[in-house]
Design a protein around this ligand. Sequence first.
Ligand SMILES: [Zn+2]
Length: 182
Amino acid sequence: MIGRAAVFILAAGIPVFAAQGSYVSICLDDTADVHLASLSFAERKASAIYSGIGVRLRWQDGGGCRDSTDLVRITITSLAPRDAPPGAMAYAYPYERKHVLVIYDRVRRLECDCRQNPALGYVLAHEIAHILQGINRHSESGILKAHWGRADYEAMLDGSLRFTPEDISLIHLGLNAMLARR
Ligand SMILES: [Zn+2]
């Protein structure tokens, strides 16, 4: 069970698209020195979530795509910036239309009685969904819920926390719109 932290705000994302071929390319810069196994697990978890809805993610190390102009950039930082929303584990920069910031010290407070904590993978999946949908919205339930509670964290452990059908439709609409503009 993942304890405490019943309410966290996951700030809404904004229109950003980063796809190469049939992949959505994600450039991740880990400045928090997340344990490699934990980071790999999180990426695999997010990839599996998206694979389940027909979207393939391709992860790139931040060092190799630092100057790229057409990638979604996710930075994982240890400490929250001063302007970070209180309690937010992650959010998208509203004006750059590209970057997502994950505040790892807040994510790892989510304890779980499990071998590997799935929370970071779900945080990544949540923020990527904002980017792909390109609109500012949350859902009443599931991965795109604005405030996860205890039941949601428990659902992460057994893999039953999912996108809603509306989430999935909007993700595909967003991707299709991006591909149409290429
Ligand atoms: Zn959100």
